[in-house]
Design a protein around this ligand. Structure first.
Ligand code: C5P
Length: 228
């Protein structure tokens, strides 16, 4: 396996839960956009050799200008899975390891990126960062009535970057095209699990949280102010 590491950033979402009319990845956070923060993390990571960003098709120029000449910007698709697939398609054959990292996780520490990449370089086919779950989690039916309490000790909240051997991710995305409707795949590792390939975990980071709702931006601003 080649040890060249590429990082893909799906950044083509609209971010409706965050409100506002600009694409989520362009939302400002401490004077820069979310996607600039996310890409900076990847560039600061020692093991990442190249970065590909999947942007909304209408915003290619804006993203290219913001991210500068060292970052490749391509058009994303209708769903996150389409955006990642489009980015995989432009990777050079020499890439042996692919990381997929949400633009919406702007404060992810570079050390977490390197921890995921080095676990794949050391031989794991698929690696995800995870955190223990603090809240009690319950399964409910369509009316909101509780069906059962899920044992919390075996649950993990999953973050990005998720890292993959390149051949495994290619195969997983090929399989993704043939999955029947209704199969719920909410992250890239889910496709790899569907292939039957083992997915392993490394400890995640509280700072790698996903900006989803307006309060997350307030939290992110406060964390950044403390870092400075
Ligand atoms: O909507 P959600 O927060 O789950 O999106 C996760 C990531 O996937 C975000 O970085 C978003 O920009 C990206 N995405 C994408 N293309 C889409 C939808 C979401 O790249 N069509």
């Amino acid at each position: 396996m080649s040890d060249r590491v590429a990082a893909i950033v799906p950044a083509a979402g609209r971010g409706e839960r965050l409100g506002g009319s600009i694409p989520k990845a362009l939302r400002p956070l401490a004077g820069r956009s979310l996607v600039q923060h996310a890409v900076e993390t990847l560039i600061l990571a020692a093991l990442v050799d190249e970065v590909v960003v999947a942007a909304p098709a209408a915003e290619l120029d804006a993203f290219t200008k913001l991210l500068g000449p060292g970052v490749r910007v391509i058009a994303g698709g209708a769903e996150r899975i389409d955006s990642v697939r489009a980015a995989i398609a432009v990777l050079d054959e020499t890439v042996g390891v692919v990381l997929v990292h949400d633009a919406a996780r702007p404060l992810t520490p570079p050390g977490l990126v390197d921890a995921v990449a080095s676990a794949v370089l050391a031989g794991a086919p698929a690696v995800i960062p995870v955190l223990a779950v603090n809240d009690t989690i319950k399964e409910v039916d369509a009316t909101g009535r509780v069906v059962r309490t899920v044992p919390r000790d075996v649950l993990r909240a999953v973050q990005t970057p998720q890292g993959f051997r390149r051949d495994i991710l290619d195969e997983a995305y090929r399989l993704g095209e043939t999955l029947p409707d209704g199969v719920m795949i909410t992250d890239d590792a889910g496709l790899v699990e569907a292939l039957g390939v083992p997915v392993t975990t490394v400890p995640g980071s509280q700072e790698a949280f996903k900006v989803t709702r307006p309060a997350d931006l307030v939290f992110a601003e406060a964390l950044l102010a403390r870092r400075d």
